[in-house]
Design a protein around this ligand. Structure first.
Ligand code: SAM
Length: 197
């Protein structure tokens, strides 16, 4: 039983693109109410349910409270854009860096599409700053954004830092919704790749 239907989006993306597997260390940004964390706990074997597979780790972060979940560590009342949050994440991570950063974050929607779009792009951009300190080389980011004029800025920043950046629109996401995901794999720490065309 998942806490929220959003679980099915992550399951679908992961089935197809193989983001999570046993033993990985995952940070779930915007984790409340916790459905993505539930999926992550299963897929990285955070509870050691499969005794023959490596045991992973899941840390969920959100502005809101999150009910406890076996196999996950939560950091509630935490703003991902706040430097204090970065410190706390580093304290809670068992490994120096995470293998995967998931973000299903969404700002409180104003209803003004352009503004909501910009706010979410900015949130995603702050994930890139965070990555510098907590994502391991060759790591992965999966982040949700609402489509709009500034999506290309985020895509450009991602392609500067990741070797493989894809745009994903899950089937289980409502057709009329503007939500899309970027899946960025193979993080190269700060190294900028000059694109040859
Ligand atoms: N993936 C979650 C699940 O499956 O249960 C649902 C996430 S919900 C769509 C978006 C969440 O992003 C909200 O709980 C919101 O509080 C959180 N959020 C928005 N801005 C944030 C920020 N700056 N820092 C941390 N969390 C944030």
């Amino acid at each position: 039983n998942y806490r929220c239907r959003s679980a099915f989006k992550l399951l679908e993306i992961d089935d197809k693109h193989k983001v999570l597997h046993p033993g990985l260390s995952v940070i779930d940004c915007g984790a409340a109410p916790g459905a993505w964390s539930q999926v992550a706990v299963q897929r990285v074997n955070a509870l050691g349910t499969d005794p023959n597979a490596p045991v992973g780790f899941v840390l969920g972060v959100d502005l809101l409270h999150i009910s406890p979940l076996e196999g996950a560590v939560f950091l509630p009342n935490a703003d991902i854009t706040d430097p204090v949050t970065l410190k706390k994440i580093q304290e809670l991570l068992p490994t120096e860096r995470a293998d995967v950063i998931l973000s299903d974050m969404a700002p409180n929607a104003t209803g003004i599409r352009e503004l909501d779009h910009q706010k979410l792009i900015n949130l995603c951009l702050s994930l890139l700053d965070l990555s510098q300190s907590i994502l391991r080389p060759r790591g992965t980011i999966l982040c949700k954004f609402w489509d709009g004029r500034e999506a290309h800025l985020l895509q450009n920043r991602l392609t500067e830092h990741f070797q493989d950046v894809r745009t994903i629109k899950p089937q289980s996401s409502r057709k009329e919704s503007a939500e899309i995901y970027y899946l960025a794999k193979l993080y190269n720490h700060g190294v900028k790749h000059q694109k040859h065309r």
